[in-house]
Design a protein around this ligand. Structure first.
Ligand code: ZN
Length: 205
């Protein structure tokens, strides 16, 4: 797979992709998109700059955050793999099976040279811990919308994903979007899905 075009995409493009995947996407007025994207990116970056910790695992120990590397039976038809997830209040799960399956493929990718993929996943999930602890913008922002006769208000979860990606990128000084890990880690087990995702990212305008 050729990553050159994906590596050139701006952070806003990746953020726009994540926003477009939100369940509430159609309820968000178009003239708010850009502001929300940029507020979320800024929120993730600021959290990374405030995070004065050298060792992520040590931080997890101090905060009694449990890191659980789990295994699963990888089947291509099940493309909704969980790469990693954060469970309230203090549990991070990382998919060991996907990491292992992708290992030979990762070694071929120049942009991942000298990177520890599980560290990037961990940083992303740590953002979700921090945003809840510190009640950051991404947990506070409410979208008000109408559903038939009702006025509703809800969180826009993709904003958290956007900020978590920016947090990991800033914290670890990455020169690529951590979203690329979705493509990379799924490629060995679900190549069709992985390539489809790469295509969709390139189509975002
Ligand atoms: Zn996340």
């Amino acid at each position: 797979m050729d990553f050159s075009k994906l590596l050139e995409l701006s952070e806003e493009k990746y953020a726009a992709y994540l926003l477009s995947q939100d369940l509430l996407y159609k309820k968000i007025p178009e003239n708010q998109h850009s502001k929300l994207l940029n507020q979320s990116i800024a929120c993730g970056k600021a959290a990374a700059r405030d995070f004065a910790v050298a060792d992520l695992r040590e931080y997890c120990q101090q905060q009694t955050i449990e890191i659980d590397y789990f295994s699963e039976n990888l089947k291509a038809e099940n493309f909704r793999f969980v790469l990693a997830e954060f469970q309230l209040p203090n549990r991070i799960r990382i998919n060991q099976s996907l990491l292992e399956a992708a290992d030979p493929f990762l070694a071929e990718l120049d942009f991942l040279k000298d990177q520890r993929v599980d560290e990037i996943l961990l940083a992303h999930e740590l953002y979700h811990y921090i945003e809840n602890q510190q009640q950051l913008f991404t947990t506070q922002k409410q979208l008000s919308y109408r559903a038939g006769p009702f006025k509703k208000s809800a969180r826009v979860h993709s904003l958290s994903e956007i900020a978590a990606m920016s947090f990991a990128k800033e914290l670890l000084g990455l020169n690529f979007s951590p979203i690329l890990l979705n493509i990379v880690l799924l490629f060995p087990v679900a190549p069709d899905y992985s390539q489809e995702l790469a295509k969709r990212l390139l189509l975002i305008d």
